[in-house]
Design a protein around this ligand. Structure first.
Ligand code: AMP
Length: 180
C-alpha cells in the first residue's frame, strides 16, 4: 500500500529507469514511462507534484513538450486549473508566441498559443526532469511575457548536479526526486 511521501519517493526511485547513452553518448536518460504503468504510483506522483501548490490559487498549468504533458494534464485536473501546452516550433495549430533560447551548441525555440495565458493568471510550470534549467527558464519567460505570474515549477526529477535551479532564481522550485 503506497501512502506517505517517503514511501512514494522510494518507490519512484526504484521504478524510474536509467537508460545509458540515450539520446547521445554520456547522457543517463531518466525514463519515467515505467511509472505510468503503475496506476496507483502514477496517481500518488501526480498528487505529490500538485501538493505544494494546492493553496496557491493556480489558474493555469503550463507543461512542456512532451513528457511534461504526461504530468501536467493530471496535475491541472487535480488543481482545477486550465492546461496549456508549450511545444517545439510548428506543432501548435493556431497563432503562437515564441521564445528562442541558447543550447550548448546553437539555439532552440518553444511556442505557446496566444491568449492561452492571460494577464492575471497564476501559472505553475510542469516538466518531468529539471536538468540545466534552460527549457524551464524559457517557458517561464514565455509565460512572463504575457503579464501572467509564474508562481513556481514542479518537476518529478531534479538533476541537482546540473544546477538548473540557479537559472530559475527567485521562483519556487519543487521536485520529488533529487539526483546528486
Ligand atoms: P534542461 O533544459 O537542460 O533543463 O533540460 C530539460 C528537458 O530535457 C526536459 O524537458 C527533460 O525532459 C529533458 N531532459 C534533460 N536531461 C534529461 C535526462 N537526463 N533524462 C530525461 N530527460 C532529460
Amino acid at each position: 500500500m503506497i501512502s506517505d511521501k517517503s514511501t512514494v519517493v522510494d518507490e519512484l526511485r526504484r521504478t524510474i529507469r536509467d537508460v545509458n547513452n540515450f539520446p547521445k553518448p554520456g547522457i543517463v536518460f531518466k525514463d519515467v514511462t515505467p511509472v505510468l504503468l503503475d496506476a496507483r504510483l502514477f496517481a500518488r506522483t501526480v498528487q505529490l507534484m500538485a501538493e505544494p501548490y494546492r493553496d496557491a490559487r493556480i489558474t493555469r498549468v503550463v507543461s512542456i513538450e512532451s513528457r511534461g504533458f504526461l504530468f501536467g494534464a493530471p496535475i491541472a485536473l487535480e488543481l482545477g486549473a486550465g492546461l496549456v501546452p508549450i511545444r517545439k516550433p510548428g506543432k501548435l495549430p493556431a497563432a503562437t508566441q515564441r521564445i528562442e533560447y541558447a543550447l550548448e551548441y546553437g539555439t532552440d525555440a518553444l511556442e505557446m498559443h496566444h491568449h492561452a495565458v492571460q494577464p492575471g493568471d497564476r501559472v505553475m510550470v510542469v516538466d518531468d526532469v529539471l536538468a540545466t534549467g534552460g527549457t524551464a527558464n524559457a517557458a517561464a519567460q514565455l509565460v512572463g511575457g504575457t503579464g501572467a505570474a509564474v508562481v513556481g515549477f514542479s518537476f518529478l526529477i531534479e538533476l541537482d548536479f546540473l544546477k538548473g535551479r540557479q537559472r530559475l532564481q527567485g521562483r519556487r522550485v519543487e521536485a520529488l526526486l533529487h539526483y546528486a
